[in-house]
Design a protein around this ligand. Structure first.
Ligand code: PLP
Length: 461
């Protein structure tokens, strides 16, 4: 296959993509497969001879789409969304065509500079004050890891990088049990040790309060340990919990402990000023992560970390060996120094395309619809016999259950086997509950109202 063949096949791929999206409602949202069903259809060894693209394409059509869970399906209400707006897909096609690696400014100047400008556009869009600067990571997991490594090194006066952690003080980090497991992973990978991630108790609204945080920090200091960082939850994965951000950040300032806020899901909603109350006080954070690849339509992967002082992170993660030097250009930014991997994709292009193709008003309208439709779906479900709302909507996320866990689990299995919608589960104070999040880029009100319709039909059978 050469570039002339690519011209033909990519036109065919564009048609396939349009048809695929137009036909999504006819497919079951979740792949109706048993493990191994796809692998069994593939030969056990690679081909020695080149194969015609027509044969490869035919196998793709035969094996792959039917083996996928369709994240862009308007009936996808599981996990959190991973939206891919058409303008984002188009940008990714162009990036694919250039096949670049934006590891330093010089290797892809446009990638770096579009990223710098997009970070400032997004900062303004979500209402963060001037002074915050951002970078794009692949995932919130890596953004949080980068922030944790930076907080660790700050606490150690940057000695850990040279000397390692052995023999040093016991570093302590603080988060509530509502934060995502990526926080636990970052703590483990950073060599802090899971037991040094203090899970601060939350109040009746599942929020960490300043008072509880202060007490935890002071108790550790009295015990001779070194409080090194706080990770706050702004829209938890389970039921959308928000810590008391302003309150906790005031404690961080008083106690001199740096902070990172995980707004991976909710951050996109902050383009709507009326939702910013949920993270009021955010301007006091040292670092914030939000994922445009969740709710903004900028497809996976695109996770943005804003920082007040990127210098601390660059000091922690930046290395400049001779082969990466750019002679005489000290003013440039090399974004690999802000993160863990060296190689970087040109992710800012899709952000640029999406922000322009829909405008902030278009994006806000979608998010506002999702929040309003989630509230409507909640009311419809609450009216069904036997259905109980377990957690009320936070933005567009709520949960429900039947009386007994076994009945709720059986209902969830039936919903997902039915295939018209896809929902996933959580546990709320030990109780099994079905999560509903509304956030699919192209879903309509009718798609969302299908949730109660499907549940009603299944309960009546
Ligand atoms: N934080 C929250 C609140 C999440 O919901 C998730 C994933 O769903 C993450 C972090 C991890 O995100 P990523 O997949 O970008 O690493």
């Amino acid at each position: 296959m050469d570039h002339e063949d690519l011209r033909l096949w990519s036109k065919r791929a564009a048609d396939w993509a349009a048809d695929y999206h137009a036909g999504l409602r006819d497919r079951p949202v979740r792949a109706p497969l048993v493990p191994g069903a796809v692998a069994r259809q593939l030969p056990g060894a690679p081909p020695e001879a080149a194969e015609p693209m027509a044969a490869i394409w035919a196998d793709f059509e035969r094996i792959v789409p039917g083996g996928m869970t369709h994240w862009q399906h308007p009936g996808f209400f599981a996990y959190f969304p991973a939206n891919a707006a058409p303008a984002s897909m188009l940008a990714e096609q162009l990036v694919n065509a250039m096949g670049c690696n934006a590891l330093i400014w010089q290797t892809s100047p446009a990638a770096t500079e579009v990223e710098q400008v997009m970070m400032d556009w997004l900062r303004q869009a979500v209402g963060l004050p001037e002074g915050f600067v951002g970078t794009i990571h692949d995932s919130a997991t890596v953004a949080t890891l980068s922030a944790v490594l930076t907080m660790r090194e700050r606490a150690l006066g940057w000695k850990g990088l040279e000397e390692g952690l052995a023999g040093g003080p016991v570093l302590r980090f603080y988060a509530s049990a509502e934060t995502h497991s990526s926080v636990d992973k970052a703590i483990r990978v950073a060599g802090i040790g899971q037991r040094n991630l203090v899970k601060v108790a939350t109040d009746g609204a599942r929020a960490m309060t300043g008072a509880a945080l202060r007490a935890a920090i002071r108790a550790d200091r009295e015990a001779g340990m070194l409080p090194a960082g706080v990770i706050l939850c702004a829209g938890g994965t389970s039921v959308g919990a928000f810590d008391r951000i302003a309150d906790c950040l005031a404690v961080c300032r008083e106690e001199g402990v740096p902070s990172h806020v995980d707004a991976a899901w909710s951050g996109s909603a902050m383009i709507c000023p009326e939702f910013r109350e949920l993270w009021a006080g955010i301007e006091g954070a040292d670092s914030v992560v939000l994922n445009p690849h969740k709710w903004l339509g900028v497809q996976f992967d695109c996770s943005v970390q804003f920082m007040r002082d990127p210098g601390a992170q660059v000091r922690t993660l930046g290395l400049r060996p001779t082969y990466l030097e750019t002679a005489g250009r000290e003013e440039i930014v090399n974004f690999n120094e802000w993160t863990v991997p060296l190689g970087r994709r040109f992710r800012a292009l899709k952000l640029w395309f999406v922000l322009r193709a829909y405008g902030l008003e278009g994006l806000r309208a979608r998010i506002r619809n999702h929040v309003a439709w989630a509230a409507e779906a909640r009311d419809q479900l609450a009216a069904l016999p036997g259905v109980e709302i377990v957690t009320e909507p936070r933005l567009s996320l709520f949960s429900f259950a039947l009386g007994e866990d076994a009945a709720t689990e059986a209902l969830l299995a039936r919903i997902n086997d039915d295939g018209r919608i896809y929902l996933t589960q959580t546990r709320v104070d030990g109780r099994f509950a079905i999560r509903v999040q509304v956030g699919s880029f192209d879903c309509t009100r009718e798609d969302v109202m299908l949730i109660a319709k499907v549940v009603n039909e299944l309960l009546a059978r």
